[in-house]
Ligand binder design. Structure first.
Ligand SMILES: Cc1ncc(COP(=O)(O)O)c(C=O)c1O
Ligand SMILES: N[C@@H](CCCC[NH3+])C(=O)O
Length: 446
């Protein structure tokens, strides 16, 4: 029997703190162990909109945009919208003065729907379809990041006026992240290899296209990268290429986009990305390399996705079943799963989970929170501590679920994708509604 069990008030006080760094800033505990985000009771959100639901804290998203602008005032900050895109998010980002990275005609359509300024949009993608390129040219997006020789010709033929473009370069840098999201290394579908000379050849071909205007270079070494060293090395190599282009073609490219990929803390105690350190070290590396080559310093662009929105999101679930497998583990199965959070299945990602919405003095026990889908690997959080009296009907909250959750959601088993409920200043509203059986049937033409 634990000390916490013997002294309920001690236990209550131990559990009544929120782990720092993984919940939206300002999250509070409400009466009866409720959670309050943006001044809104999450028990209330669950009651009104059901579960699973994604809660999104507007103030947290806006604050992160401001953090970036404050730390990198000399750089352009383009939000990588693949992390999470809804019209509301696009509007907040627009209002905060950031640019926007989109990867498809679909993402561009959302940007257009909120009149996102075309000149602040950057189109990405290793296999942009003719529809993607036409939509981009039609809206007049500011920059297209070219990713293949085929695309150079395709866009060259489509563009009506000189379209500003960047060439995406694979700088051969290992960012030390999960293999599935490491994009700076050579064995890679993205970009043109620096080492093989493909990047230099891409530049030659772009310069041969009268309707393309080369504005600069781009690289993105991967996602959820905690150490600055990889970004620094990539930036140095990219300046080397800028200098080689100046030497070969006599042109000085004005922009260097060094991508996104800044890590976030998913679990208590995980380190925060050192944004100030990043800013200082990148500036220093770029300035040094430029001055060594007598090259003007290019305008730097960064493209954070996850680090702007991850912490703003909290996913709400309801426990459906608690199943003890004696001698093995206790499964707590909820009404969502890999359809709303694919990251544990894709990358073995780990999450914190908290029971909320009713008080409990029970001593915690170790359980595994799983989803409702027809896959044994449908796990949300392995070996986490929940109150020992956890039971069917209880509410669970998973923090740090704003990035690559809604955007990676599926309707596997036709469960319907969850709504996104935006909270701000004590008010809440759905910005994405729940996908219903009617939606599913409407697409099924029989
Ligand atoms: C080209 C590009 N830019 C930016 C990002 C954003 O990455 P993150 O969400 O890790 O910041 C990605 C995704 O990895 C990307 O592919
Ligand atoms: N989906 C990934 C990140 C992909 C980054 C986009 N290039 C994740 O959840 O971590």
């Amino acid at each position: 029997m634990t000390l916490e069990y013997l002294i309920p008030s001690l236990h209550r006080s131990l559990r009544s703190h929120l782990e720092p760094g993984i919940w939206p800033a300002g999250t509070e505990l409400g009466p009866d162990n409720d959670l309050v985000v943006g001044g809104v009771s999450l028990r209330r959100v669950a009651a009104d909109f059901g579960t699973p639901s994604y809660v999104l804290d507007e103030a947290q998203v806006r604050q992160r945009c401001r953090d970036y602008r404050a730390a990198l005032p000399d750089m352009e900050i383009a939000y990588a919208s693949k992390a999470l895109l809804t019209k509301a998010v696009a509007r907040w980002v627009r209002e905060e003065g950031l640019s926007l990275d989109v990867c498809s005609a679909g993402e561009l359509a959302v940007a257009r729907a909120v009149d996102f300024p075309a000149e602040r949009i950057i189109l990405h993608g290793n296999a942009k379809t003719p529809e993607d390129l036409k939509a981009a040219v039609g809206y007049g997006v500011g920059r297209v990041v070219l990713d293949s020789f085929d695309e150079i010709e395709q866009l060259g033929a489509l563009a009506r006026y000189p379209q500003q473009v960047l060439v995406r370069v694979t700088p051969g840098v290992d960012g030390h992240t999960h293999k599935a999201i490491a994009t700076g290394v050579e064995d890679q579908k993205f970009g043109f290899s620096l080492a093989s000379g493909a990047a230099a050849e891409a530049v030659r071909r772009v310069l041969g296209q009268p309707n393309l205007h080369l504005a600069g270079l781009h690289c993105h070494i991967g996602s959820q990268i905690g150490r600055v060293a990889g970004f620094e090395l990539a930036a140095r190599r990219m300046v080397g290429l800028l200098a080689a282009i100046r030497d070969e073609h006599g042109i000085v490219l004005p922009q260097l986009n060094i991508g996104g990929g800044h890590a976030v803390a998913y679990l208590p105690g995980e380190e925060e990305f050192d944004l100030q350190g990043f800013a200082a070290r990148i500036r220093c590396a770029v300035n040094y390399e430029c001055s060594a080559r007598a090259l003007p310093v290019p305008r730097l662009v960064v493209e954070p996705g996850r680090s702007l929105v991850a912490r703003a999101g909290v996913t709400l679930y309801r426990v459906v079943v608690v199943k003890d497998v004696p001698g093995v583990r206790t499964f707590v199965a909820v009404d969502g799963g890999m359809s709303d959070n694919l990251r544990p299945s894709l990358y073995g990602s780990r999450y914190a989970v908290r029971m909320f919405g009713r008080p409990s003095l029970a001593a915690p026990r170790t359980v595994t929170v799983v989803g409702r889908h027809c896959e044994a690997g449908d796990i949300i959080a392995k070996d986490v501590q929940l109150p020992g009296d956890i039971h069917s009907g209880d509410l669970l909250a998973v923090p740090c679920s704003g990035a690559y959750h809604h955007s990676l959601a599926s309707n596997y088993n036709l469960v319907g994708r969850p709504p996104v409920i935006a909270v701000a200043d004590g008010r809440y509203r759905p910005v994405i509604r729940r996908e219903t059986d009617e939606d599913v049937l409407a697409r099924d033409l029989g």
